[in-house]
Design a protein around this ligand. Sequence first.
Ligand code: C5P
Length: 238
Amino acid sequence: MNRGQRILGPRVIVALDYPSADRALALVSRLDPSLCRVKVGKELFTRAGPVLVRHLVDAGFDVFLDLKFHDIPNTVAQACRAAADLGVWMINVHALGGRRMMEAARAALDDGTDHRPLLVAVTVLTSMEGSDLADVGLHGTPAEHVRSLAKLAGDSGLDGVVCSAREVAELRLAHGDGFLLVTPGIRPEGSAHGDQKRVMSPRQAIAAGSSYLVMGRPVTQADDPVAVLRSIEADLAV
Ligand code: C5P
């Protein structure tokens, strides 16, 4: 199941997609850092901020701060440093910010600190279709842009990319085992798909070469989130 990647600890990153710190913490109080990592995105961060992130870090969770930075290189570099200072485990930027922006982010994290979060890039948002790309002057298919932006991210020294599970096999082949592939759109067998159109099970995604699985509603809306996580863990261990 590991396909040669050296991944230690839980593969599932639970997306804390809540409008308040209280609701996020109510779920987190039922979870354990040995079972999952957690993701804080734009909504929760904008409402609950660094205080919540520090609380999660202090509770022992690996935190993926999913703020998708995209700005001039200096600004992104400083934002990445600020994130590192919060003690988060992983952060991300948009690959469309370009090589200099990604290299500046990389350099800011490598610069004189003992805490170096993983740095991954978003290539093309999965909500974008070919016509959306054409509207902003990007010609070619989404798959072509994913391919070239993932290469740019790798060449710029990033640790990996966020991608849909259907892109994993090709990207794993192109980039080898050292490149992180973080995949949302994961649904355990038999669970509701919600608004996700192209889903894979945890087992399928890991078998295809995914490094980490981002999962929101199948865990956050479960009556027993721990049971869901334990059953995924057991499924992946086979
Ligand atoms: O509830 P669900 O499992 O669909 O949540 C998936 C999480 O991954 C959400 O936080 C969503 O914003 C994020 N995500 C996604 N698709 C992408 C990128 C991020 O679903 N392409």
